[in-house]
Design a protein around this ligand. Sequence first.
Ligand SMILES: Nc1nc2c(c(=O)[nH]1)N[C@H]1C(S)=C(S)[C@@H](COP(=O)(O)OP(=O)(O)OC[C@H]3O[C@@H](n4cnc5c(=O)[nH]c(N)nc54)[C@H](O)[C@@H]3O)O[C@H]1N2
Ligand SMILES: Nc1nc2c(c(=O)[nH]1)N[C@H]1C(S)=C(S)[C@@H](COP(=O)(O)OP(=O)(O)OC[C@H]3O[C@@H](n4cnc5c(=O)[nH]c(N)nc54)[C@H](O)[C@@H]3O)O[C@H]1N2
Ligand code: SF4
Ligand SMILES: [Mo]
Length: 733
Amino acid sequence: MPAINPATTANKKEFFGGCPHDCPDTCAMLYTVEGDKLINVRGNPKHPITRGGLCVKLNDYSDRHYNADRVLYPLKRNGPKGSRAFVRISWDRALAEIKDRWTKIISSDGAEAIMPVSYLGNEGLVQGLTVGDAFFNRLGATVCEKTYCASGSSTAWLLSVGPTNALDPESFAYSKYIIIWGCNTLSTNLHHWPFIVQARENGAKLVVIDPYRSRTAKQADWHIAPKPGTDGALAMAMIQTLIAENLVDHDYVDKYVLGFPELKERAATCTPEWAEKISGIPADDIRKLAREYATSRNASIRIGVALERTAGGTQAIRAVIAIPALTGAWKDVAGGIYQAPLWEFPVNFGAICRPDWIKPGTRVVNLLKLGEALLGETKLDPPIKSLMVYNTNPVTQAMDVDKIVKGLQRDDLFTVVADQFISDTAAYADIILPATMAAEHDDLMFSWGHYYFTLNQKAIEPPGQTCSNAEIFRRLAKTMGLTDPEFLKSDLELVESAVDWTAPQVQGIGMDLLRTQGYAKLNLGAADTRTPHAEGKFPTPSGKCEILLTDAKNFVAPPFRQLYNEMQSGEPIDPLPGYTRPYESAADEPELAKLYPLNIIAPKSHAFLNTNYANEPKKRRMQGDQFVLLSPHDAAERMIEDGDKVKVYNRTGGFQGVAHITDDVRAGLVVTTVGYWRTHNEEGTVNSVSAARFGGMGNCPTFSDNLVQVERIVGKNAARSMHEPEPVALVSA
Ligand SMILES: Nc1nc2c(c(=O)[nH]1)N[C@H]1C(S)=C(S)[C@@H](COP(=O)(O)OP(=O)(O)OC[C@H]3O[C@@H](n4cnc5c(=O)[nH]c(N)nc54)[C@H](O)[C@@H]3O)O[C@H]1N2
Ligand SMILES: Nc1nc2c(c(=O)[nH]1)N[C@H]1C(S)=C(S)[C@@H](COP(=O)(O)OP(=O)(O)OC[C@H]3O[C@@H](n4cnc5c(=O)[nH]c(N)nc54)[C@H](O)[C@@H]3O)O[C@H]1N2
Ligand code: SF4
Ligand SMILES: [Mo]
């Protein structure tokens, strides 16, 4: 094994790690191994973003490798689906069973009756993002569209400014005005915070736009709390103000922006007074925000993933993208927008995933609508007869999840799940395949939160009979008789071939540097001098920031969908940004609101990483049980007291939680967080109330666009067990 410093001591070695999670920070880690045991995992102190600290989720990551609940051997169901009754079987038997069932399905229904279901449960280029695609493409299976996150914002981004990463998160250190829009940085992008702190120490103002007083909003100089899904109105009114008050940089706009006259016309009626009625933000505040932003140099915007999660979310994102284009903020080092910066990484998606193997016409099913697909509500010919789920936990994380559970109970469905634990989804498997954890396999991480590649070295042997995802697919390929050379490559060979090392942004930073340093930043210019769009140079067809689109159609970009070579042209897109009303809001749906008057949002839990860690009692104590934040007004109306057990429900389903009454939420809004396991909750999970509807673009989810009712179910003493969260530290030392 290539240890960093094999001489540390005879018995102690250190290896480079990369956090495998779907988190923008992609921390560079150091694994310490004593004998054959992983004894410590810490943040790499030399990494400019990780700075030696991991988050509360991973500060005891070595222990997780030895968690007693891990799946260490292949398992076969030994009871009704969902009963969690499994028996250990050999790998040979597991593979033989899969071969038998899949061969029969292929001969009776065709390979499209088999559907892979995966996402970024592991975000590695080898073990996560791409793994299994080539296998299923060769097999002829249904193509899984995976748009849980950032697909909508990516479509809006690609249409407006092209595949550019734009603002370096490290450049925020030089900001003078920062807007965090729909992102809870202190929980979800923690390692960006020090750059914001540095900027504030130098006088920057921090504005957070979030419907509730999140951890991050509490730290802001100014918290603006619009109703969920009304950001489009807010952004359009900012645009109206910029234009009406002559705060537009006309030189920049004339040279580098497409569609200003048309936007001006559309924005004319979007006054702050109009937006106040929709968003609940006072008109004067909207004007003040627009003025402050436009008159500050080095004005930065961070847009979080949450912004896309309503019917109008992606249109709102387009409007937000127009703002720095109108003010010429891109001319400054810290000016512009930090969205998911993933486009500059020269990943060989095509060579690894082999989309060229997908037969023309192969159907695509979106995993957010898995429930409908499994229950046959979406007409599918052939119906789905088998699922292989890996790197995802749709029973908890997708939409309309009660339907998924019902579908997974189908007797004629053969479900294979590869996971580290018996997740809420794995509970319904016929066969579970045991997967490795990060220190047990090789990988290479890109990032959607910074510009560094991070190497992850195998530091210890896989426990029991666990296998890396890549090894699982090598075994499956052999079992199914697929002999292409792709299926023979080792994990290390896959690591080396994941990147196009000839690309200009990786010159001088190949595998050798990664092996000696553990990480390497793309050559995109220094964070303190870089202004990639000071002179336009947007990678769009016109080379400009395209506020006005011509003949644009909806599409899902890779890596959220694989059909790289096939034109994807969905519904036409509004040529201009604007405000699209949510599907469900009390203002727009008064009849529905009589039954379900409250909007719900369920963003990320501080102490969980999606559903990861929510199976650890320690992390559950930190996070507290499934809570439901209610305003004093809404609680009083329902005679709910703090600590009462409540049911949250709507037409789609329901879940139970514990009420916390707080001014952090406005009347009409309910906030909870996602990640709690169905198995641990009294009833359902937050996505039991999420209707399976796509947002505006990129087939993104609409987790923030559901009306619900809340009802007290029992007295408060019954609800108190370990509900009170412990105070949670932000970063480990
Ligand atoms: N601790 C922790 N960190 C994580 C994760 C985790 O599960 N736990 N998950 C990781 C993943 S997969 C992702 S995608 C990122 C996501 O990270 P973020 O982009 O921060 O997403 P969320 O935490 O879901 O939501 C951020 C904030 O947006 C607000 N919000 C919700 N709807 C709206 C809206 O309509 N408008 C506006 N303006 N704000 C809205 C929420 O109240 C919330 O405070 O976090 C990553 N990091
Ligand atoms: N209401 C609501 N719903 C949401 C969100 C929200 O904010 N609110 N967020 C959405 C977003 S942004 C996202 S990204 C999705 C996330 O949804 P998922 O990606 O489904 O979430 P995870 O809980 O991370 O599930 C990953 C699973 O993969 C397993 N796993 C981890 N590593 C490995 C590995 O190396 N090999 C294998 N085989 N398995 C592994 C884990 O144990 C876990 O069971 O959820 C979405 N759902
Ligand atoms: S902040 Fe935590 S979850 Fe995110 S990359 Fe770092 S260690 Fe991983
Ligand atoms: Mo995500």
